[in-house]
Ligand binder design. Structure first.
Ligand SMILES: C[S@@+](CC[C@H](N)C(=O)[O-])C[C@H]1O[C@@H](n2cnc3c(N)ncnc32)[C@H](O)[C@@H]1O
Length: 518
């Protein structure tokens, strides 16, 4: 076929294209003739005169026929061709009738159709040959033979068009068409392997809750759970990390363990004589601390719990004669009750226990970042919220030994900040009628005056699920007026003071006094 194209903005372009055999729709092409397409639309037929006359080639008259033995021309295609050619020229009709005669020679039932002549030697399209093994299996039909369909074809394809051998049949039976089975749905297992599937599709909030749960699992001791909305979980997950020990920050150091000292008890300690039990300020009387409880726990006695100011507790440790194997180790033994962080509503998150807690029982310690007082001041002044998680470790501030070593300046003491990192006790809210107290407890190094633990103990028996609370301002002087700018107390107790602490402590540059808690 020769196509000449003339564009109205470029010189005339002419090119040749030879197409042999049927067109893409299967119909035979008429012999190659010169064609001229005028795309300019101006009706100019000039180029026609200049085109040379080309006679059709002999091969162009032959339709496409594959000589490969296992693929034969489609009879339906020929019928279509025949129909169309009825209306065409007598030259075209003779072509189709020749094809019919040749088709009969090849074993096809085309005898009634006028067909064009076939040239079996002329193949214009290359079809990949089947492997030799298959060619041997397949016996080509001789002239005049008709294809005998193979009975009981296993794959459903006509064996006339898709001859198969035994191997094919076996493959088909095994793979392409597996045997249908009757299945009882109730007993079908959906597991891909004997083990449960490790991954499943979960929503982002489910993932967040799961992640938070994993964080809680890493806390030492009995289970810590949570009961709060997705928003609170998301907030907490993003802004808070749980600790099992203090996180010491810049400028903070523990005292050398070499200065540690212990009791001289030989064997189990005697509460009436153990050196670790401190004396009252104004007498030789030993301060009453731990005693055995009816439930087997070591608890703080009423005498200690009811004091207005709680003196420090020195627990026995490796430096002691008892090697720390005595009753005087309640905090070192760790938390023995389960805890739950829950949403209180107006007071934010709070803490409670799914276990009953007995009077004097140790609950948990308050953890966080241990920072310098300067750093605590900077953090407090930068914080715009009403929240405060700071505790100053200044219990010994006026002890003679401590004054001698560090002076009385509160800036020499450290502060625990539980805002970003901490333990579950960081969620304990204030109450004007609290059920817990905090006591300063020294465990592994009695000589470390600056770093000790803030330990929560039950002030009375606490029933299951009761919110745990303590007094944020135990030095409250009832005669003072309530600061209208102070953080309002929502504890709801009949004796509520109406405020957590005076506002001056939270705002106004440098903290006016050490952050009191005892
Ligand atoms: C140590 S946090 C306690 C946990 C806190 N509720 C939370 O959601 O993280 C102290 C803060 O809790 C709030 N809070 C504690 N007790 C409260 C009370 N009785 N009334 C009102 N707010 C209280 C105050 O905002 C306070 O600054």
């Amino acid at each position: 076929m020769r196509v000449q194209t003339r564009l109205n903005y470029s010189p005339t372009i002419a090119f040749n294209m030879a197409i042999h055999g049927p067109s893409v729709d299967g119909a035979l092409q008429p012999p190659s003739l010169p064609l001229f397409y005028d795309l300019t639309g101006d009706g100019d037929s000039e180029p026609e005169k200049t085109l040379p006359k080309i006679s059709p080639r002999k091969e162009d008259l032959a339709p496409f026929v594959s000589t490969l033995p296992h693929r034969r021309p489609s009879t339906s295609g020929l019928r279509l061709l025949q129909k169309r050619n009825v209306t065409e020229s007598s030259e075209d009709s003779s072509v189709t009738s020749n094809l019919g005669r040749q088709g009969t020679q090849m074993g096809l039932n085309l005898s009634t159709s006028p067909t064009p002549s076939l040239k079996r030697t002329h193949v214009e399209v290359v079809i990949p040959s089947p492997p030799q093994r298959r060619q041997k299996l397949f016996k080509p039909l001789k002239a005049g033979e008709t294809a005998e369909p193979i009975k009981n074809s296993p794959n459903g394809f006509s064996p006339c068009r898709f001859p198969t051998d035994t191997e094919d049949n076996e493959k088909t039976a095994k793979r392409a068409y597996p045997t249908a089975r009757n299945i009882t749905r109730s007993v079908v297992s959906y597991a891909m392997s004997p083990r449960p599937m490790p991954y499943r599709s979960i929503t982002p909030i489910q993932a967040l809750r799961y992640e938070f749960q994993q964080k809680l699992k890493r806390i030492h001791g009995p289970e810590v759970s949570f009961n709060m909305g997705d928003e609170k979980v998301a907030m907490l997950s993003a802004n808070f990390g749980f600790l099992n020990e203090y996180k010491l920050q810049d400028g903070v150091a523990r005292a050398d363990a070499g200065f540690n000292a212990g009791c001289t008890c030989n064997g189990p300690c005697d509460p009436a004589s153990c050196d670790c039990v401190e004396m009252e300020d104004d007498s030789d009387k030993l301060i009453s601390t731990y005693r055995p409880s009816f439930n087997g726990q070591v608890v703080l006695g009423s005498e200690f719990l009811e004091r207005k100011l709680h003196p420090r507790i020195l627990e026995c440790n490796k430096a002691c004669g008892c090697k720390g194997k005595c009753w005087n180790t309640a905090v070192q033994r760790g938390r023995s009750v389960r805890l739950q962080i829950f949403d209180t509503g107006g007071r934010g998150l709070g803490l409670r226990s799914p276990d009953a807690i007995v009077k004097g029982q140790f609950i948990d310690i308050y953890l966080g970042e241990v920072i310098t007082t300067q750093e605590a001041d900077a953090r407090e002044n930068a914080d715009e919220t009403n929240q405060s998680y700071l505790f100053t470790l200044d219990h010994n501030r006026y002890d003679d030994d401590v004054v001698e070593m560090y002076g009385e300046d509160y800036e020499n003491f450290y502060v625990v900040d539980g805002q970003k990192f901490g333990s579950p006790t960081r969620f304990i809210n204030h109450s004007c009628n609290p059920n817990c107290i905090i006591a300063p407890v020294y465990t592994t190094n009695h000589a470390d005056h600056l770093i000790y633990y803030l330990a929560f103990f039950a002030l009375r028996d606490i029933p299951i699920g009761t919110e745990l609370t303590f007094d944020y301002n135990p030095n409250w002087d009832g005669s003072k007026k309530i600061d209208p700018n102070a953080v309002k107390c929502l504890c709801g107790e009949p004796n509520c003071r109406g405020q957590l602490w005076p506002n001056a402590r939270k705002k106004g540059g440098k903290a006016p006094s050490p952050r009191p808690f005892l």
